[in-house]
Design a protein around this ligand. Structure first.
Ligand code: AP5
Length: 196
């Protein structure tokens, strides 16, 4: 299964993706985690990445695509992969499609975590108190939400046209959200088995 998680900041992509990765034993690609690692380096690239993350803007496509290509070369993704926070632009989605097609693979499904905006903001402000993430402050959260609606949410139409999108009610408890995800993943696996 090659599953993409799409949702606004704070929707629970990371939380749910980690659980599904444990459940299915497949690699976890989180561009946010990889970019934060680069951000921590005292290099000019680290400073460049910080200038995007800390202001709630997307890192440039060329950089993100490069780190994803490296990941796909390095990791064993033959039996599947969970894509957390990638792709985030139409260009990234098109390039991912090409990468997978070159290996005769394709995306199995897209999980759209839907959470209302007040809840998102409350979750991220609460996380700021605990983890002190540079982009979890009121101003940057609003910018991240604007960027999501402008640049990432159009991907839902892109993948819906391919019959891949499943909406998940992300407002429930993490356990209840995970149960919904498992049900959808099992149903999709069944569909794929019957199609083969
Ligand atoms: P990224 O790290 O991907 O951040 P994000 O999309 O803003 O998402 P978050 O990590 O804030 O939230 P999440 O949906 O993963 O939720 P989580 O499970 O953490 O990206 C950060 C930055 O990197 C971007 O702004 C951009 O600059 C750059 N970047 C990354 N990918 C890129 C790309 N492809 N292209 C270009 N730039 C890129 O949960 C959030 C909180 O809520 C946690 O505290 C959690 O405990 C809590 N929570 C989770 N689920 C629930 C629940 N059901 N009920 C109550 N609380 C919950």
């Amino acid at each position: 299964m090659r599953i993409i998680f799409i949702g606004p900041p704070g929707a629970g992509k990371g939380t749910q993706c980690k659980q599904l990765v444990d459940h299915l034993s497949v690699p976890h690609l989180s561009t946010g985690d990889m970019l934060r690692e680069i951000r921590g380096e005292s290099s000019s690239l680290g400073k460049l990445v910080a200038s995007y993350i800390d202001t709630g803007r997307l890192a440039p496509d060329f950089l993100v695509v490069r780190i994803v290509e490296e990941f796909l070369r390095r990791e064993q993704c033959d039996s599947g992969c969970m894509f957390d926070g990638f792709p985030r632009t139409l260009l990234q989605a098109q390039l991912l499609g090409e990468q997978l097609a070159s290996k005769n693979d394709r995306i199995s499904m897209v999980l759209n975590l839907d959470v209302d905006e007040d809840a998102l903001v409350q979750r991220l402000l609460k996380r700021a108190e605990i983890e002190n993430r540079a982009d979890d402050n009121a101003e940057t959260i609003q910018q991240r939400l604007r960027v999501y609606h402008r640049q990432t949410s159009p991907l839902l139409d892109f993948y819906a046209q391919r019959g891949l999108v499943e909406r998940i009610d992300g407002c429930q408890s993490p356990e209840a959200v995970f149960q919904q995800i498992l049900d959808r993943v099992r149903a999709r696996m069944e569909l794929m088995r019957n199609a083969n």
